[in-house]
Design a binder for this molecule. Structure first.
Ligand code: HEM
Length: 396
């Protein structure tokens, strides 16, 4: 039987074609049905900037288990429900306060020389090669190395942490077939972090993880399990999104040679260029939330318990907010994109992610001014939440 006309009017969501280029589908939805009920996935899909910005900050739309701490024997659900990303006030306020205290702008600014040194080391590793995979050689290792140092995790175990953390991210982003693996990995992460917390309690160092442990002992009203869950959250959120931001950003530059030339002749534009890369083809495409009670968005009634996808990637291309939204303009101003969210859940790691992307892409262009796209078919990840290339071949 043919689908009803209202369904047929839009390109299907979350197919292989969609993941290659989601912006045509977003544009059709934004113009014709900006608060759209997607029958196939049983979710509301919100695509206009004004609606997404308001929804991200709407207290009636809740993440995870809201303000309820889940008591269960299942380690996976226990840990996820204790992360601030899946919590709402008053619990969220308590969890976030501690991390805010450790993640100060001064501390992040102080990381810049270290980030530069790590980027330089990664370039040393590829010295002499003409072809590289930007993802495997730079965009993927950089944020893992940086966040591992901040959390006092030894470099030697890095691949292991990344695998564990990737399993949990995939599950929390909706890949349900990874549940068993995610459960095993979360157990391994908890055991590892427990030992680390014990070590930092007796021998503090100057890392963020040590500051978190110290703050917890100083009576932050955070229990030990919450500390572990949120340290794991920092590890999880601290890398994949930054990897994808660097990959998508370099790809955008390669597709837009005039803007790339401009950036190469005026390297001081790097901060503004990174903001445009995030707006134009962001790593975080959407955030899913649940309606805690009936709520109206753009004139449509969302019933309590229904799921709402707030499509940041579509909002960031809305002509009501951005002039010529499909144009990549590294000097765009103002550029109030929603890549880091809006409201109380605004990304804790925004300053860190910006610093990493600016240093990585700025240094890449300075060191390899003639870089060009290498051969081979490009493949995009197939998860609705994140957008990123599996690999990005570059010829230098
Ligand atoms: C370019 C890279 C990044 C992007 C695009 C990004 C995006 C986001 C977004 C959209 C949110 C809000 C989610 C919501 O509304 O529920 C968020 C929250 C968060 N991000 Fe990031 N992020 C990035 C990098 C990082 C890094 C490097 C870290 C940590 C080191 C980090 C840690 C967090 C945490 C802990 C939260 C939860 C905040 C809360 O719930 O209060 N992120 N991020």
């Amino acid at each position: 039987m043919d689908p009803p006309v209202a369904q047929r009017a839009f390109p299907p969501l979350f197919t292989a074609d969609f993941f290659r280029y989601p912006y045509a589908a977003y544009s059709a939805l934004r113009e014709r049905d900006p608060v759209h009920w997607d029958e196939e996935h049983q979710v509301w899909v919100v695509t206009r900037y004004a609606d997404v910005a308001a929804a991200l900050a709407n207290p009636r739309l809740v993440r995870g288990t809201g303000d309820v701490t889940v008591e269960t024997d299942d380690p996976l659900r226990r840990v996820l429900s204790r992360m601030m990303l899946f919590s709402e006030p008053p619990r969220h306020t308590r969890l976030r306060l501690l991390v805010n205290r450790a993640f100060t702008p001064r501390r992040i600014d102080g990381m810049r020389p270290r980030i530069q040194a790590i980027v330089d080391q990664l370039f040393e590793r590829i010295a002499g090669r003409r072809d590289l995979d930007l993802i495997a050689d730079l965009a993927s290792p950089l944020p893992v190395l940086v966040i591992s140092e901040m959390l006092s995790l030894p470099h030697g175990d890095m691949d292991q942490f990344k695998r564990w953390s990737d399993d949990v991210i995939a599950y929390s982003a909706g890949a349900l077939d990874t549940e068993e693996r995610a459960r095993t990995s979360v157990n391994a992460l908890v055991a590892y972090f427990k030992e680390l917390v014990g070590r930092l309690r007796s021998r503090p160092d100057d890392t963020i993880m040590s500051a978190l442990v110290e703050a917890e002992s100083a009576g932050s009203r955070l229990d030990g399990e919450e500390l572990l869950a949120n340290a794991i959250l920092l590890l999880m959120n601290g890398h994949e999104t930054t990897t994808d931001t660097i990959g998508n950003g370099v790809f955008a530059l390669l597709q837009n040679p005039d803007e790339r030339k401009k950036l190469q002749s005026k390297p001081e534009l790097i901060a503004s260029a990174i903001e445009e890369m995030m707006r134009y083809d962001g790593a975080v495409q959407l955030r899913g939330v649940g309606a805690a009670q009936d709520v109206t968005i753009g004139g449509k009634k969302i019933a309590s318990r229904q799921t709402v996808y707030m499509v940041i990637g579509a909002a960031n291309r809305d002509a009501e907010q951005f002039a010529e939204p499909d144009r990549f303009d590294i000097e765009r101003s103002p550029n109030r994109h929603l890549e880091f969210g809006n409201g109380i859940h605004f990304c804790v790691g925004a300053a860190l992610a910006r610093a990493e992307a600016q240093i990585a892409i700025g240094s890449l262009l300075a060191r390899y001014p003639d870089l060009e796209l290498g051969g081979g078919q490009l493949e995009w990840k197939s998860i609705p939440v994140f957008r990123g290339l599996k690999s990005l071949p570059i010829h230098i």
